[in-house]
Design a protein around this ligand. Structure first.
Ligand SMILES: [Zn+2]
Length: 434
């Protein structure tokens, strides 16, 4: 999609869209269109009970006295308390509508340059499709040309540039998640990461031999049943003073999770190509930081493995040694995320010396039982970091919710494990945090 910024001129033909504020108040472009069409916009709003809520969209065929084809009206929410999210939401809804109506090009007119930037960002997020492998169901029409009109086009473009970087990061994350596991495995994922050097990221990749030397027995144990080599990818963005310790983001990258010998049931396995969502999020995030030239030092560490059953696969009851030196008795080979992450975390702590570590993972579906699909659970030992993550999440409608941690849980787990087995010493080791 090509997005360009222009002034507030009503186009002579094609599709034009303008906003309506809460209470049905017309934006300046909507007023101009209302005048041009002899009041048909005001009549349409009334007939459709359109009140300007940010979830509303109204599509109308342009009146006969103009050369325009279509006028689309979208809700902008409260005028006195403007919200970027409401504008982005309108952009997302417009993108979906444009695909349904086979609109290829459109001009969107907005009151402010900031609104123009955020609307375009919303169109990008809402207009995402993954059509790479479709042969006969390609999207019939996608928006190819978006013209954003506002007061000062140069200023709108300036606001849009960092948002575009974030959108490109999000596209990369989504692409990686949608790629099927026969195309995306630890080796091909690492190969893709190498290409990120062109975007300005420093990329380092450790294969199985290097990880063996470092003693990463837990991560390596998970990948034993796969014929694809496990990988640890380190992405660095150096945007601040080199003496400043980086913030580290660690991502779980199980490119396919069969459960291993503790094999999942068919239905639970269907979406398991997405068990690398944490790694994909970290990859997209690092790319966005590089594209925005963010003034921060950040590292992304991806633990990439494929969890397959095979004669070489690790068995329930196997004991592996982590990089930190602790032993773990693997009771269920489907609880593999923690094994990948504990070694990735130890590596990050020892070799990258970050000031904070944020670990992003599709660790357990049980979190969705507690919080539903919309909210991510956070476990943390740092109140300030959680407060900042919560505020950042609220600002972009990606909420997080802190979950409890405490010694009371450890006690229950310890009892549970030692009741099941008589290896009391071993069970204590399992429960020590990695
Ligand atoms: Zn699993």
């Amino acid at each position: 999609m090509h997005i360009s910024f222009t002034d507030l001129t009503i186009p002579v033909s094609g599709t034009v869209a303008a906003g309506i504020y809460a209470g049905g108040e017309l934006s300046s472009a909507a007023q101009a269109l209302d005048k041009l069409s002899n009041g048909s916009i005001s009549r349409a709003l009334q007939a459709d009970r359109f009140n300007g809520d940010s979830e509303q969209l109204l599509n109308m065929v342009a009146p006969a006295n103009t050369e325009l084809e279509r006028i689309v009206l979208f809700g902008l929410g409260n005028k006195d308390n403007p919200s970027h999210l409401a504008v982005e939401n309108a952009g997302g809804l417009f993108a979906v509508k444009a695909a349904n109506l086979a609109i290829n090009t459109a001009t969107i007119l907005l009151d402010t340059d900031e609104q123009a930037a955020h609307f375009a960002y919303g169109v990008m997020l809402g207009g995402y499709r993954f059509d790479k492998y479709r042969t006969n169901e390609k999207c019939p029409a996608v928006l190819t040309e978006l013209l954003m009109g506002s007061e000062k086009p140069g200023q709108a473009e300036h606001y849009f540039r960092p948002l575009l970087a974030v959108a490109e990061g999000i596209y990369t994350t989504r692409d990686l998640i949608w790629e099927p596991a026969n195309a995306m495995n630890p080796e091909s994922y690492a190969h893709f990461c190498r290409s990120l050097t062109c975007e300005g990221l420093e990329v380092e990749i450790l294969g199985e031999e290097a990880m063996r030397e470092l003693g990463m027995g837990a991560l390596l144990g998970v990948g034993r049943g796969s014929d694809k080599e496990s990988q640890l990818v380190i992405l660095k963005h150096n945007g601040a003073d080199s003496r400043e310790a980086p913030i580290a983001f660690i991502g779980k990258g199980v490119t396919f999770d069969t459960g291993g010998l503790s094999l999942k049931a068919s239905a639970s396995m269907e979406t398991m190509k997405q068990d690398m969502g944490g790694a994909a999020t970290v990859t997209g995030l690092m790319l966005a930081l590089a594209k925005r030239r963010a003034k921060v030092n950040a590292v992304g560490v991806l633990g990439l493995v494929e969890n397959m059953p095979d004669s070489k696969a690790q068995r329930p009851g196997d004991v592996v040694r982590t990089m930190s030196g602790q032993t773990v008795e693997v009771m269920n080979t489907d609880a593999e995320g923690r094994l990948v992450l504990c070694d990735a975390l130890t590596y990050t702590q020892r070799h990258l010396k970050p000031k904070a570590m944020i670990d992003i993972a599709t660790l357990t579906s049980a979190i969705a039982i507690a919080l539903g699909e919309e909210i991510a659970g956070v476990f943390s030992n740092n109140d300030e970091l959680v407060a900042r993550l919560t505020a950042a999440g609220d600002a972009v409608a990606e909420p997080v919710w802190r979950m409890p941690m405490g010694s009371y849980f450890s006690k229950r787990l310890r009892l549970y494990v030692s009741c099941q087995h008589n290896f009391q010493q071993l069970s204590v080791e399992i429960l020590e945090p990695c």
